[in-house]
Design a protein around this ligand. Sequence first.
Ligand code: ATP
Ligand code: FE
Length: 334
Amino acid sequence: MILSIESSCDDSSIAITRIEDKKLLFHKKISQDEEHAKYGGVVPELAARLHAITLPKILEETQPYFEALKAIAVTNEPGLSVSLVEGVSMAKALSVALHLPLLGINHLKGHICSLFIEEETRFPMDVLLVSGGHTQLLHVKSLEQIELLATTMDDSFGESFDKVGKMLGLPYPAGAIIETYAQKGDAKCFDFTIPLQGTSSSMLAFSYSGLKNQVRLCIEAQERMDEQILCDICASFQRVAVAHLMQKIKKAYQARKVEHFGVVGGASANLYLRGELERFCASKKAQLYTAKMAFCSDNAAMIGRCGVEAYQKGVFVSLEELKVRSSSKDIFYM
Ligand code: ATP
Ligand code: FE
């Protein structure tokens, strides 16, 4: 079995995954959303302190599995350094105490593996990663060969939901709340412009800061803000945010083939986005893969699943080699 630890942002999570059949034997996650909501976003120092409290508590529950463990897998990049350090320190201590090898797991590869929890991996696959820190279109040949087809020039998809939520006075993180309000709103009420429509045909990129500003101006122009206007703004914003993703995805696959398409990351829980991706995949006769709702946002189950792949390839790291890194650009090849 593999014990996996995730602490890259504001979720403390530990899982136990059986190597032979990839079965998830234990999984627990404690989210810090409520604590950070008071400040309107994640406060790194607070996140680190909370990880130091919650990770040991979860670890205690995994003691019955200790004897059967073969390795410790931990997210070491990318993420908030002070948060990552908490999980990595715990992993190193466990490695020393239990004489177990270490596996350093890239968080983005972890999100990709959220599609394969208790299942075999299936590559090559094209993957849209939409999370709090990333908006990336990837061609994943294998976990070692990932091609970056497009990324954002500024804010990420999830981040734009959080920032629009903040402007509307909604708690952090606002993604799921905006989606709920959007379901009761008129998506055509406000005519926001889809970002980057006029850019040259060779350019494939995302941008969300301009749309965020359009929404800000719209909010400022309202004489009053009642529940219906709030719902209409959420619906109109969500429609355009997703339309931007879909326009660029369609452009990407004008010249490329796509047979298997996955969507991962916290914002992949969005049902409107899933619906649009379903339609796109149907038009291309491609298969859409989604993670279970519980495994869209950060969790240790996806890190454990990625850990099984790393274990089977034997890519262990020493105590000295296992380092925390806030970014991870070098996972891509061109
Ligand atoms: P990264 O994985 O890039 O390092 P992260 O781990 O902080 O970032 P995740 O936990 O994967 O991000 O995703 C959190 C983000 O997903 C938040 O921005 C949140 O608002 C967004 N999100 C969650 N649910 C929804 C939803 N239903 N619709 C839109 N966005 C959502
Ligand atoms: Fe994440």
